[in-house]
Every structure is written in structure tokens, then in C-alpha cells.
Design a protein around this ligand. Structure first.
Ligand SMILES: *Cc1c(COP(=O)(O)O)cnc(C)c1O
Length: 426
């Protein structure tokens, strides 16, 4: 590496430090190009991407079909607002609704906006259909949740960092322990004013915390029983990441039949973001059937960019790639190999204690405290060895590569991860 290039990296990092708000703490690597499962830094060093922009880039970096859809549409029509119709939105709405098996979609841009939309939809349904007195609806959420960064969403977070000095908060939420069906049932029994249950099928940000296989199905059945909407936040788990199209349908074991439809625990409201666009454009979506979606009338909710022609064209291409390239099956197949290999290593390891996850959303728990910098240092060493990953909490490293990876590449990555962990063995 020449001195000039080295200065370049440091200068770019210094610019962010000086001119950007310090709301992130990135791993020190400056990326300038991506293709498939690979990223390159400004010095031309090549890396495997094992974060996929928090599971937005499931289809791989710069997928030609998705990029082409974006370029074509960007040269034709970019934004009309919803004051007028555009020729891309209707076909996209039909496509995504049928793809996931719902009557309707409400298009937004970011994940947090889609979560906000789902919460508003749930409350409105509870007043106008279920008959809860106005302003009294409660929505159940889980301990350890991550649903985004808006004021309402952080109102029910347990993360002190995300909440401290951002109050006052929005009321109307009840926390329950995650992966605890009895606790959920107790809360459902306790009040007639419960409108919905908002849940991540796997808690990604919490550290890829993976619940019991039947938790989603039991939770969904309880919600049915109490006439409460089951709202799945699949922004991180969805779109083939966990080895099935949606994580809520991940355990029915019909590897090939159910990839186009959630049959295991169909949510009443499905929230998608991130990989809806393959990471090339901010696109999010809220899906529900007519009996719920009909409560939203003109003027009651919206977004200037939501459902814009670029978003629509890009999302159709990105979802077609998921089907055409069998990404759910590939994630399921490679995920099993990943956990098997890591588990074999962990038997002999003092530094790694556990690997967990489903499909290609996995995490390795590092044998040190949450406050230690061991996991961070391991991620620096992984970077030096050509693989990019990031701790979720202090001692948990998430491993989530693009789903277009092949078996040879995965085995290469497993070797890099094991070699790196070995250097940290005590
Ligand atoms: C990333 C994420 C969000 C928020 O999405 P943004 O696009 O960052 O607003 C919400 N829920 C889950 C589960 C996520 O992983």
C-alpha cells in the first residue's frame, strides 16, 4: 500500500469525523465498489461482505438486473408524487401483493416509516373495526426489540442508548419477554384494549436472537384467539434471508412449495424494507388484507416519495431476482453448512461459545463481556483477513452475507472466520 493511498483512507474518515454527525461508529474501512458477494476499498483490497448492509443487499451488490431497472426508470420518470398516478406503481402493487399473498400494499421508503405505518394502521383498525375506545389502544412489543429510530418507535425500545434524552415518548405500548408464549398470553388476557402484537421473527439487532421454532405459530394463534393483529417486522429477516421467503413461514419444512407464500404463521400485517430493493434504493412496504387496509382513506397517511416509479421498478426487479436465483433455498442450504462448520470449531474453542441463526442470518457469541472490545478487535482482524462483519452488541458478531454466495465462497469464508478466531484463543 503506497503512502498516498493510505492518506486517502484516513482523509476520507477524517472528513466524516469533522463534517458528519457522529451517530455511527463504523469499522475503519472505506469502500468504493461492490459486486455480488464482494466489496473493494479505496486501495483496491477485496473483501467478502458479511453484513449485506444489515440484510438489505440480499441479492448481492450492484445486481445487474436491479441496477438496469433503476437506470432505465431513472431516465424515464423519477417522481410524480401520489397526487397523480404513475404507470409503474399499480403493476408493482399487484406484483408484491401476489408475491407475498396479501390483498394490498402501502408503499413507503424506509423501514422505520413502514413500522410507523403498521402501528398507525393497527390502531385505526382497532378503533374502527375492533371497537376499542379512541386513544386507549395498546400494542404489545417485545423486550430487546429493534424497529427503527423514530420517536414513537424508540418509545418502546429497551436500548438506553436509543432513548436517553429523546423523550417525552409515545404511550400505548406494553412490553413482554421475547420468545415467551405464556407471558404473551398473560398480557392478552389482561385487557380488552389490545390492538396488536409487533414482533421480529428473529431479533437481528438484539444479536440474532432466534426464538423457539413454534413461537411464531403459537403467537399468531393466540392473536387470532384474542382478535389482536399479528404484525411481523420482517425488514431484516424477510425476503429469503433466513432460508424461506419470510422467516414467519420458516419452519414448515416445505422447502420448495411455500417460498412464494407465508403459510406457517401468516401475519395480519407484514412489514418489509431493506432487501425489497436489493439495497439499491430506499423501498419499504406494509402488506395487509382488505379487512384491515380499508381503514386508511385518502389524506389520512402518505409519503411524497412512497411508491415512486423508481422504487416500483426496482422492487419488482429485486423480488424477481429472489425467485429466479432461488435465494431462499440457497440461504437455507448454505446456512446449515455455516452453522455446522462453526459448531464443530466451537467445540474446541474458548473464544467463541455459540453460533445461532437461521438460513444466512447468523451470529457468533464471543466469550467476553458486553463491555469488552474483543468482538470489535475480532472484526478488525476479520477485515485484515478480507471479510467484513460488525458486532451487534458488545460480544456478538453477526454474519449475514449476500444470498448469491456459492458453496465454495462460503467455505472460503468459514476458513477465514476460523483462522481469525484461532488467533484470539486464550
Ligand atoms: C433495519 C430495521 C428497521 C429500520 O429500518 P430503516 O430502514 O433503518 O428505518 C426496522 N426493523 C428491523 C427489524 C430492522 O432490521
Amino acid at each position: 500500500m503506497s503512502v498516498l493511498e493510505k492518506i486517502n483512507t484516513e482523509e476520507i474518515i477524517a472528513l466524516e469525523n469533522k463534517y458528519g454527525a457522529h451517530n455511527y461508529h463504523p469499522l475503519p474501512v472505506v469502500l468504493s465498489r461492490g459486486e455480488g458477494v464482494y466489496l473493494w476499498d479505496v486501495d483496491g483490497k477485496k473483501y467478502y461482505d458479511f453484513l449485506s448492509a444489515y440484510s438489505a443487499v440480499n441479492q448481492g451488490h450492484c445486481h445487474p438486473k436491479i441496477v438496469n431497472a433503476m437506470v432505465q426508470q431513472a431516465q424515464t420518470l423519477t417522481l410524480t408524487s401520489r397526487a397523480f398516478y404513475n404507470d409503474q406503481l399499480g403493476p408493482y402493487e399487484k406484483f408484491i401483493s401476489e408475491y407475498f399473498g396479501f390483498d394490498k400494499v402501502l408503499p413507503m421508503n424506509t423501514g422505520a416509516e413502514a413500522v410507523e405505518t403498521a402501528l398507525k394502521l393497527c390502531r385505526k383498525w382497532s378503533y374502527e373495526v375492533k371497537g376499542i375506545p379512541e386513544h386507549e389502544a395498546q400494542i404489545i412489543v417485545c423486550d430487546g426489540n429493534f424497529h427503527g429510530r423514530t420517536t414513537t418507535i424508540i418509545s418502546f425500545s429497551n436500548d438506553d442508548n436509543a432513548r436517553k434524552n429523546f423523550g417525552p415518548f409515545t404511550s400505548g405500548f406494553i412490553n413482554v419477554a421475547y420468545d415467551d408464549i405464556d407471558a404473551l398470553e398473560k398480557v392478552l388476557q389482561s385487557s380488552t384494549k389490545i390492538a396488536g402484537f409487533l414482533v421480529e421473527p428473529i431479533q437481528g439487532e438484539a444479536g440474532v436472537y432466534t426464538p423457539a421454532d413454534d413461537y411464531m405459530m403459537k403467537a399468531k394463534n393466540l392473536c387470532n384467539q384474542y382478535n389482536v393483529l399479528f404484525i411481523a417486522d420482517e425488514i431484516q429477516t424477510g425476503i429469503a434471508r433466513t432460508g424461506s421467503l419470510l422467516a414467519v413461514c420458516g419452519n414448515c419444512d416445505c422447502e420448495n412449495q411455500c417460498e412464494r407464500k407465508a403459510t406457517y404463521a401468516t401475519p395480519d400485517i407484514l412489514i418489509l424494507g431493506k432487501a425489497v430493493s436489493g439495497g439499491v434504493y430506499p423501498v419499504s412496504a406494509v402488506l395487509a388484507n382488505d379487512n384491515i387496509m380499508h381503514v386508511i382513506k385518502p389524506g389520512q397517511h402518505g409519503s411524497t416519495f412512497g411508491g415512486n416509479p423508481i422504487a416500483a421498478a426496482v422492487a419488482v426487479a429485486a423480488l424477481e431476482v429472489v425467485t429466479d436465483e432461488n435465494l431462499a433455498q440457497n440461504a437455507r442450504y448454505l446456512g446449515k453448512i455455516f452453522r455446522k462448520k462453526l459448531n464443530e470449531y466451537i467445540q474446541t474453542s474458548n473464544i467463541a461459545t455459540l453460533v445461532r441463526g437461521r438460513g444466512l442470518l447468523n451470529a457468533v457469541v464471543i466469550n467476553d463481556t458486553e463491555e469488552s472490545d474483543t468482538a470489535w478487535n475480532i472484526c478488525l482482524a476479520l477485515r485484515d483477513n478480507g471479510l467484513l462483519a460488525k458486532p451487534t452488541h458488545g460480544n456478538i458478531i453477526r454474519f449475514a452475507p449476500p444470498l448469491v454466495m456459492n458453496e465454495e465462497q462460503l467455505l472460503d469464508c468459514v476458513a477465514i472466520i476460523i483462522k481469525t478466531l484461532q488467533a484470539f484463543e486464550k
